[in-house]
Design a protein around this ligand. Structure first.
Ligand code: ZN
Ligand code: ZN
Length: 350
């Protein structure tokens, strides 16, 4: 076994302290990654505080982190994709059954037998607990690791492994490209990635936000338009005018104004998970052949495609890099939406 160190919380207080644990030895198909950066995703906070108890109960001690980049320092005998010295990434899952329909289609995130989560889960043996990226090392099967070709500072690459793929996948699936109008609801960790990726795909991008103070930032991120949603008068002229609207907000809110702004054959994609169910007017979907869709991260092949796309277009997340002793402060500020736009832990300082 390989001795390593991470930062764990032992209960829903989400108080983090150094935690010594073991990774498995590098098997024939495995690579060992020295983790350099781990992003702080809002779902880390929900899981650490056991706020998603009914959906995914917390398993303590918990080492969160599923936005991981680092350097490959050891490869197994049968490894073909990676060499020592390569930069590798790990996203939200580290294995799946490899036999079901979903795995066959390369959408392992929907594995019918349950994917192996990067943390707060188990390996496919269903007994060995998984620990995430707030740690110094990870051992992973090469088929579930991603190649990172972007050069330069890697801190902004880490959030692509969750926030990047969550927004890239539906934008790609629904054919976003030049000449299209895309709306992005909410300018947080996910929203700011949606803006950058939709722009890189060639679309005209409008940000919808409740915070007028984010207008300047939206422009800096590349958005063409900014709309404050609190005044319905701002939305009325935009009826039926978007090819796609991606809704990244996880607070309870009304979807109907956004359905109204989606145009003929358009789609509203939801990637946030509010607590309360939404109520919609069926007529507003029927009149205009509109759709509502959901989307969960992406499969390994698509995540690789997203990383390559972002490297080619120079797309990275806007990040605030912190040392591991500031995780709790970063959680508090993320909850208050006081981050532009993702905290990333520098594991080199662990
Ligand atoms: Zn995430
Ligand atoms: Zn499967």
């Amino acid at each position: 076994m390989i001795q390593t160190k991470g930062y764990a919380t032992h209960d829903p207080s989400a108080t983090f302290s150094p935690f010594e644990f073991e990774r498995r030895d590098v098997g024939p198909n495995d690579i060992l990654i020295d983790i350099e950066y781990a992003g702080i995703c809002h779902s880390d906070i929900h899981l650490a505080k056991d706020e998603w108890h009914d959906l995914m109960p917390a398993m303590y001690p918990m080492v969160p982190g599923h936005e991981i980049v680092g350097r490959v320092t050891q490869v197994g005998d049968a490894v073909t994709k990676f060499s020592v010295g390569d930069v590798a990434g790990i996203g939200c899952f580290i294995d799946s059954c490899r036999e079901c329909v979903a795995c066959g289609f390369g959408v392992e995130q929907y594995c019918m037998n349950g994917m192996a989560m990067t943390y707060n889960g188990t390996e496919m043996d269903r007994t060995t607990p998984t620990y995430g990226g707030y740690s110094k090392h990870y051992v992973i099967d090469e088929n579930y690791a991603l190649k990172v070709t972007a050069d330069g500072d890697l801190s902004g690459v880490a959030p692509l492994l969750c926030a990047g793929i969550t927004t890239y996948s539906p934008l790609k699936k629904f054919g976003v490209g030049p000449g299209q109008r895309v709306g992005v609801v909410g300018l947080g960790g996910l929203g700011h990635m949606a803006v950058k990726i939709a722009k890189a795909m060639g679309a005209e991008v409008t940000v919808f936000s409740t915070s007028p103070g984010k207008a300047e930032d939206a422009g800096k991120l590349g958005a063409d338009n900014f709309v404050v949603t609190s005044d319905p008068e701002n939305l009325a002229p935009l009826a039926n005018s978007f090819n796609l609207i991606i809704d990244t907000v996880s607070a309870n809110h009304d979807l109907n104004p956004y359905i109204n702004m989606v145009g003929l054959n358009g789609v509203l994609v939801v990637v946030g998970m509010p607590e309360l169910p939404a109520t919609i007017h069926q007529a507003s979907l029927i009149m205009g052949n509109k759709s509502i869709a959901g989307s969960l991260i992406g499969g390994i092949a698509e995540t690789q495609e997203m990383l390559d796309f972002c490297a080619e277009h120079g797309v990275v997340a806007d990040v605030e890099v912190i040392s591991p002793d500031r995780i709790e402060e970063a959680y508090d500020r993320t909850i208050k939406a006081d981050v532009r736009y993702r905290f990333v832990i520098d594991m080199g300082r662990a």
